[in-house]
Design a protein around this ligand. Sequence first.
Ligand code: I3P
Length: 108
Amino acid sequence: EEGILTRKHEWEATTKKASNRSWDKVYAVLHGNSLSCYKDQKHAKQDPHTRVHHETPIDLTGGTCERATDYTKRPHVFRLKITNGGEYLFQAKDESEMDFWIQRIQQV
Ligand code: I3P
């Protein structure tokens, strides 16, 4: 699965707030147990090593993903928590895309 999402990195680890906290448009690609975020589709296709901020893929194993009901500044936002304590918010373009991503990530 892949598509455009807007992302905010909230926590780098349980007690470490992310330093770059702005919302960024990313091209997200779910592959196996991991989620990779690219600048756009072209980067995702041409060079899989060009993830945003030179990140390694986000390992979804053991993580949780659900709608961010407490985040009210934007609509269609879900939260991904990963096992190292990292947390991301993702904004989808509408409710059905949000539900789709949550379901897909929960299936991992
Ligand atoms: C961040 C940006 C985010 C904001 C975040 C700011 O500033 O304004 O939109 O999150 O607030 O730090 P910058 O772009 O200069 O990095 P919200 O949209 O959720 O308010 P935060 O630090 O309180 O998370």
